[in-house]
Design a protein around this ligand. Structure first.
Ligand SMILES: [Cu+2]
Length: 468
């Protein structure tokens, strides 16, 4: 399904000269807009109703002020090219950090303990200040004791606005993630070693926006921007809509040059899908968002048409404005091998940011469990401004969403599918796939790349590259 729909996408967008040289990331990264009014962001522990029946204790979350009533982490709104300023305070009983997934920002703000900043102890604060260069749909989460902290709730959405975006009749953002709860509604063990060595351990309660099959309303006959973010630690979704037509308008935050008819799409942990949904004309008619992977379709969320029809037309909507992007110079590119494999060597030592105690995975034969000190040497050292091609080879029988911090890459070629010329920060590499990802090293610093199945990340599938 995925291959077909991504191939369709490629056909639709091929040959348009898309993603041409933009402003260049550096110019926007260097731009420092007027100081924003700081928000106060905190990590805290709470109780929450996650399965619709019992209150779950020991939930970990974010809040923007002390009196927050909604337990779900707030969706943070930023503006492209304008400063964002958050004073973050840790009210958990353990250290944490904040990583801003997909935002190409200053390395010191990237939130990776040991590599970019010290972890933030209980009661301590850290000022996260940066200017997002790209509009789109992103998210934030910890990079310390990641499986526990994310598994217990710490995954929130980020919407970076562009004043030139088309106006929609409604916007709905969906934070897709599951929970590992027992029959009493309380957390059970976050992972099973035998599953960590395979696809990862799945949740027992499926969720969207911390609800089970939530239902929303939107104007009948209206155009809805649906921002979908897969923040689960394990689950790969294959999404399909029932009861309405839609167009894909952005993937992983990056606008498609031409909106493309939506059939199905696979989105893995870390990835985002922006749809333009045309609601039915009839008041009360319902649209369902389904996950059809692996077998029996499950309803993720539904949308009911409300009122008399607005009679909008899907074809009315133009492409979202492109983000700045420096096209890789493939003629001068240096190639870097990046081989994913299984291993049993070097089980992780204990760390203040948590280890799972196992080693199952490696990148270029080196297992590093992430969130720990001593990551050995960088996988590669890159020169600022130069183009590189990662030859990513998956020698495992499992799919891995490989996420790179701080920079975007462009998909160049794959041995399994027509390579959509997508720009992204997270690529789902399929079993036995070899794919080429090209990028211009345009952001100085040490940048982690890792599998976003967090059990894989935490049992060895983590490395970092250095840009100087
Ligand atoms: Cu993986």
């Amino acid at each position: 399904m995925l291959r077909l729909s991504r191939r369709t996408l490629l056909k639709a967008s091929a040959g348009l000269g898309l993603y041409g040289a933009g402003l260049g990331a550096a110019s926007l990264l260097d731009a420092r807009a007027q100081a924003a009014t700081p928000i106060r962001l905190q990590a805290r522990q709470t109780d929450a109703l996650l399965n619709g029946q019992q209150l779950t204790r020991g939930v970990m979350t974010y809040a923007v002020d002390d009196g927050a009533s909604d337990p779900m982490p707030p969706t943070l709104r930023m503006k492209r090219g304008e400063a964002f300023d958050a004073t973050f305070t840790n009210h958990l009983d353990e250290p944490t950090t904040v990583h801003w997934h997909g935002l190409r920002i200053d390395n010191r703000m990237d939130g990776v303990p040991f590599l970019t900043q010290p972890y933030i102890y209980t009661g301590d604060s850290f000022d996260y200040r940066f200017t997002p260069p790209d509009a789109g749909t992103y998210w934030y989460h910890p990079h310390c004791n990641t499986l526990t902290q994310m598994g217990r709730g710490m995954t929130g959405l980020i919407i970076v606005e562009n004043p030139d975006d088309p106006v929609f009749d409604a916007e709905i953002a969906l934070n897709l993630r599951d929970w590992r709860l027992g029959g009493d509604g309380q957390f059970i063990e976050q992972f099973k070693p035998r599953d960590a060595a395979r696809t990862g351990t799945f949740g027992t309660v499926r969720g969207a926006n911390w609800q089970v099959e939530p239902r929303y309303t939107a104007p009948a006959g209206g155009l809805v921007r649906l921002r979908i973010v897969a923040t689960d630690v394990t689950r790969i979704y294959t999404l399909k809509l029932q009861g309405a037509l839609a167009m894909i308008i952005a993937l992983d935050g990056q606008p498609l040059p031409t909106p493309t008819p939506f059939d199905t799409a696979m989105i893995a942990p870390g990835q985002r899908l922006d749809l333009l949904l045309r609601m039915p004309d009839e008041d009360g008619a319902t649209v369902s968002l389904l996950d059809i992977r692996p077998s029996a379709p499950k309803t993720v969320a539904s949308f009911a048409a409300l009122g008399s029809t607005l009679k909008r037309d899907l074809q009315d909507v133009k492409a979202l404005p492109q983000n700045p992007w420096t096209a890789p110079d493939l003629s001068s590119a240096e190639e870097i091998p990046l081989v994913l494999s299984a291993t049993a060597e070097n089980a992780a030592r204990d760390s203040i940011c948590g280890t799972l105690g196992y080693s199952f995975w490696a990148i270029n034969k080196v297992p590093w469990p992430g969130d720990t000190s001593d990551p050995s040497a960088p996988l590669a050292e890159l020169k600022l401004g130069k183009t590189y091609i990662f030859n990513l080879t998956n020698n495992t029988p499992h799919a891995h969403p490989i996420h790179l911090h701080g920079m975007n890459f462009q998909v160049i070629a794959s041995n399994l599918r027509s390579a959509p010329p997508l720009i992204s920060d997270t690529y789902l590499v399929l079993p036995d796939e070899k794919v080429q990802l090209a990028l211009v090293a345009d952001n100085i610093g040490d940048w982690v790349l890792h599998c976003h199945v967090i059990e894989h990340q935490k049992t060895g599938m983590t490395a970092y590259i250095r840009v100087t």
